[in-house]
Design a protein. Structure first.
Length: 135
């Protein structure tokens, strides 16, 4: 509604400036309707671009949080399963602690899923990629 009123105001003022008997002081140094439209649309586009930039950053941060949350969920589930075991509970809990302590840190490449070359890669634990296959 505000945009419609602004547009109507600009058109009205422009028409009044072009009429010689309107009583408006005419001068030639002001902005035209096209210049006002260009200025307004560039402001809107700048705000839209900023919004998309912030949305992209928030999405990446949420993806990083989701990776951490998923990893925590796995450890809690493993702990809960090991807690309900009757025999070998202590050994299983010890193995879970070792796995958690030796787990690789989450890096920026893991979060973004992109190597420096720009080619997407699948994330796998380092032990899975470096160990020879026994098949």
């Amino acid at each position: 509604m505000l945009l419609v009123l602004t547009l109507a105001y600009v058109i009205f003022i422009d028409l009044m400036l072009h009429r010689p008997d309107s009583g408006f002081a005419s001068y030639s140094g002001g902005m035209s309707v096209g210049q006002i439209g260009l200025l307004g649309s560039s402001i809107v586009e700048a705000i839209a671009g900023l919004q998309f930039y912030l949305y992209g950053r928030a999405t990446r941060q949420f993806a990083a949080f989701h990776i951490c949350l998923e990893r925590t969920h796995r450890y809690l589930l493993a702990y809960k399963i090991a807690e309900q075991m009757g025999e070998g509970k202590d050994e299983t809990l010890q193995k879970i602690v070792c796995i958690m302590a030796n787990a690789p840190m989450i890096t920026r490449q893991d979060i973004e899923g992109v190597e420096l070359s720009g080619v997407a890669r699948a994330t796998a634990p380092p032990s899975a990629t470096s160990a020879p296959s026994s098949l």
